[in-house]
Design a protein around this ligand. Structure first.
Ligand code: NAD
Length: 495
């Protein structure tokens, strides 16, 4: 048993951070980084340093690629049924350890334990879903139109994959990539965000216990992601980059990958509109907006970023939302009563506040919150703003915090134009009792995912992803997620 397994004790349900102070996970071993530097992990609720993890160098990254390469053939040739059973075991172990993993996520990320529990369930589900899909990967067979030959299409693992994930869902963003990659027969190197590395390392130990062979999953943390990633992408054995994070970093990585013509999947930023028509069920719309806005305290790519409310229901909606936001219990994530935890960093709080103050300066009216909370921890209070001008910065940038700006509108056309007035297109939400209007608006809103009378869209069984500058490709879904990690090979043959 390695130190990370010891540090997360499922029986005791305790987390001993002292034992996190070691290795990168490369080739099935916990190894020292080449350099001496370490990355401190800070609890956003207390600002205390709770652990330190290694800071990988370019040389360490080369070791990880070599480990993934030496495991590639064995894993590719492992029967799908066997791969499926290992993935299923990963799911089972995650469910067995759910409470401990949720505590760990909550401590390093700050999110409310209830959100962390939801994340673990969602993250584990990617293993169950892909265990089921791993044995259903099939090819195609046909006859050429000229009748001269047969067309056989075989789907093969794309090769070694570099996976890069953000801090806001430390478990789910990793399993959403690792599970389909492994189901497809690929080996991977995961670089989690340096703010939340502990969950990634804890999960690496769990994969090993589930039977994932050495080198199939490698995990490294670094404060030098640009150089480390560039070095891995320059290795001709690496054939895939799957990234989840901001649109800005996504653009940089697309340019880097272009140098070597590497296949890219990009899950990028969002600016989700949440549209409420006059005929919506008010209570249902309020329930929905609380989920769409406040899951993860607003630190979600799918978070409602612009709330468009038709004039007839505007005042009642703003009042109801203010009541609910004011009633939220703000506090340390690991307190089971907490509904809204701290933000990830002090910098994130400053960014949110700058957006709020700019909107207020431009004429927005504060219904609740709107000022940085003094004291320890990176807190921002649940905030509702009305009369937000359409050209406020927060209408065009991700707020990524517990701030709900409301924009009034009159007509359906106005709502659609407003919703589409962004470079992003990840998620959108529509509330109306008129289902034909709902479907009509859904078809016109430029977004990869729509919640129609629902505030939550994420589901491993559905294709997750964005249009416009919110990304390229899809994760999850019946074939979409695995297809990102496969390459079609066409064989022309006559017989
Ligand atoms: P980020 O882009 O700053 O970082 C994401 C990851 O990229 C981290 O691991 C980071 O260390 C790494 N990184 C940063 N610079 C890099 C570089 N030059 N080369 C290689 N890697 C680099 O994003 P974040 O702040 O961690 O996460 C928040 C963002 O992620 C938001 O924009 C959010 O919308 C987005 N997000 C999108 C989805 C989605 O599915 N579309 C899901 C979650 C988060």
């Amino acid at each position: 048993m390695n130190m990370i397994q010891q540090s997360i004790d499922p029986e005791e349900d305790t987390v001993d951070f002292q034992s996190f102070s070691h290795g990168l996970y490369i080739g099935g071993k916990w190894v020292r980084a080449r350099g001496d530097r370490r990355i401190e992990v800070v609890d956003p609720a207390t600002e205390a340093v709770i652990a330190a993890v290694p800071d990988a160098t370019v040389e360490d990254a080369a070791d990880a690629v070599a480990a993934a390469a030496s495991a590639a053939e064995g894993w590719r040739d492992t029967p799908p049924r066997k791969r499926s059973e290992i993935l299923r075991r990963c799911y089972e172990l995650m469910i067995e350890r759910a409470e401990t993993l949720a505590t760990l996520i909550s401590l390093e990320n700050g999110k409310a334990l209830r959100d962390a529990r939801g994340e673990v369930a969602y993250a584990a589900e990617f293993f169950r879903w892909n265990a089921e899909e791993a044995v259903r990967i099939s090819g195609e067979f046909g006859i050429a139109p000229a009748g001269t030959n047969r067309i056989v299409v075989d789907y093969q693992p794309i090769g070694i994959c570099v996976l890069i994930t953000p801090w806001n869902f430390p478990a789910a963003m990793a399993t959403r990539k690792i599970a389909p990659a492994l189901a497809a027969g690929c080996t991977v190197i995961l670089k989690p965000a340096s703010e939340t590395p502990l969950t990634a390392y804890a999960l690496a130990a769990l994969y090993e216990e589930a039977g994932v062979p050495p080198g199939v999953v490698n995990v490294l943390t670094t404060t030098n992601p640009g150089a480390v990633t560039a070095s891995m992408l320059a290795d001709p054995r690496v054939r895939k980059l799957s990234f989840t994070g901001s649109t800005g970093v996504g653009r940089t990585l697309l340019a880097e990958a272009a140098k070597h013509v590497i296949s890219c999947s990009m899950e990028l930023g969002g600016n989700a509109p949440f549209i409420v028509f006059d005929d919506a069920d008010l209570e249902a719309a309020l329930d929905g907006v609380m989920i769409a806005k406040m899951r993860n305290a607003g630190e979600a790519c799918t978070a409602a970023n612009r709330i468009y409310v038709q004039s007839g229901i505007h005042d009642a909606f703003a009042e109801g939302l203010t009541r609910r936001m004011t009633a939220l219990k703000v506090g340390q994530g690991i307190n089971p009563e907490t509904e809204c935890g701290p933000m990830i960093t002090r910098k994130a709080v400053s960014k949110i506040d700058a957006l709020v103050q700019e909107a207020i300066f431009r004429g927005a009216e504060v219904r609740c919150g709107g000022m940085v909370t003094e004291g320890r921890g990176f807190y921002y209070p649940p905030t509702v703003l009305v009369n937000v001008p359409a050209d406020a910065r927060m209408a065009h940038e991700e707020i990524f915090g517990p701030v709900a700006p409301i924009y009034a509108f009159e007509t359906e056309a106005e709502a659609i134009t407003g919703a589409n007035d962004t470079e992003y297109g990840l998620a959108a939400y529509i509330y109306t009792k008129d289902i034909s209007r709902g479907m009509r608006v859904a078809s016109r809103v430029e977004s990869g995912m729509i919640g129609l009378n629902r505030g939550l869209v994420s589901d491993p069984a559905a294709p997750f992803g964005g249009v416009k500058q919110s990304g390229l490709g899809r994760e999850g879904g019946q074939h979409h997620g695995i297809a990102e990690f496969m390459e079609a090979k066409y064989i022309a043959t006559s017989f």
